[in-house]
Design a binder for this molecule. Structure first.
Ligand SMILES: NC(=O)c1ccc[n+]([C@@H]2O[C@H](COP(=O)([O-])OP(=O)(O)OC[C@H]3O[C@@H](n4cnc5c(N)ncnc54)[C@H](OP(=O)(O)O)[C@@H]3O)[C@@H](O)[C@H]2O)c1
Length: 311
């Protein structure tokens, strides 16, 4: 992990990093003095960022409520009866929005009324250029926290590296072929570990100058999907093909693979956004919040390949 600009010693790659200095200062002091530890409700706690945010918050001295439909604290966007118990007593919320925008404003209002003082929203880079088929939940969350009267920060992330080994593109890669409609347009993929580090700092920092802002969070370089696949294939020591599809062919492949029509529309809309280049170039969001460079794709690939995930 690239930590040359951090004043903290690096934890092993892929492990929670020590929080940046402002975040660490919210932990109770050994003498029991100082700021009280924040109590943070983490939504989507089993998801790609949530499960990284939870241990980092604990390391920073926060009390954590890890919530989702299958977590210790049950939270279901579709069941408002689960919201109150989850949010009661929390001072901050890591908000990962549902696809459906309908419940989001009500939840944020309920959380603010229950005493939540800060919201950090996970959102998507290029959201403002997205068609109606994708991102409406994230857009609703951005709007709701801005209007909440509470502290907020928005983390607009690029596609995570971890989509390649933990999610959507894992099985196609394992099967030796990733096929997408994106061409030579690059994507500034980002490490979900970096996204989690950014979120934790924003959830816990006493530095209010970091709040009320939108952070565009990317990796250090734009990479074509073709080059990304070649890099992963090399690291896995096998052949994996990247195949270019037209948008029509992509939709047909998703349908043939059993994706529901809503997901087909969402992915189709997402790739239209990527093709327009709105997520192609790197940004300095990680540096703005953490004061260090983001993790390069090659470091992630070495780490993931060593688990045998693509072999
Ligand atoms: N993946 C990316 O590259 C990326 C990049 C930028 C932004 N985002 C945004 O991040 C968000 C998460 O997407 P993801 O694909 O990365 O998924 P994810 O976080 O890996 O997984 C989804 C999470 O949501 C929880 N969940 C699902 N349905 C729920 C419900 N009805 N109520 C409460 N929790 C529920 C799941 O836990 P349970 O099953 O236990 O409920 C799981 O923890 C989306 O808004 C996405 O647009 C993703």
């Amino acid at each position: 992990m690239t930590t040359q600009h951090s004043s903290q010693p690096a934890a092993p790659a892929g492990q929670p990093q020590p929080a940046t200095t402002p975040a660490a200062s919210t932990a109770p002091s050994p003498s029991g003095g100082g700021e009280p530890a924040p109590e943070v409700l983490v939504l989507a706690a089993t998801g790609k960022t949530g499960r990284r945010v939870v241990p980092r918050l604990r390391l920073a001295g926060a009390a954590v409520r890890a919530a989702s439909r299958s977590s210790a604290v049950r939270f279901d966007w579709a069941d408002p009866a689960t919201w109150g118990p989850a949010v009661s007593g929390a001072s901050a919320v890591y908000l990962v929005a549902p696809d459906d925008p309908a419940p989001v404003a009500d939840f944020v209002a309920e959380a603010a009324a229950a005493g939540v003082e800060r919201f950090v929203v996970l959102s998507g880079r290029g959201l403002e250029h997205c068609g109606p088929g994708f991102g409406q939940g994230m857009a609703a969350a951005e709007r709701a926290v801005r209007e909440s009267g509470r502290q907020w920060a928005i983390v607009r992330a690029n596609n995570f590296f971890q989509n390649f080994d933990e999610d959507l593109w894992r099985e196609p890669l394992r099967n030796g072929r990733l096929a997408l409609p994106i061409g030579e347009v690059t994507e500034a993929f980002v490490d979900a570990d970096d996204v989690a580090d950014v979120a934790v700092t924003l959830l816990t920092t006493p530095d209010e100058s970091l709040l009320g802002r939108v952070y565009e969070v990317s990796g250090p370089q734009g990479i074509t999907f073709g080059k990304a696949v070649a890099t992963m294939a090399r690291a896995a020591g096998r052949s994996i093909a990247y195949t270019e599809l037209t948008p029509e062919e992509y939709r047909a492949e998703l349908r043939a693979a059993g994706y529901p029509e809503e997901a087909v529309t969402a992915l189709d809309t997402l790739f239209a956004l990527h093709r327009e280049g709105h997520t192609a170039e790197p940004t300095d969001g990680v540096r703005q919040v953490l004061g260090r460079e983001p993790v390069p794709f090659a470091s992630y690939v070495a780490r993931a390949a060593s688990t045998g995930v693509w072999s």
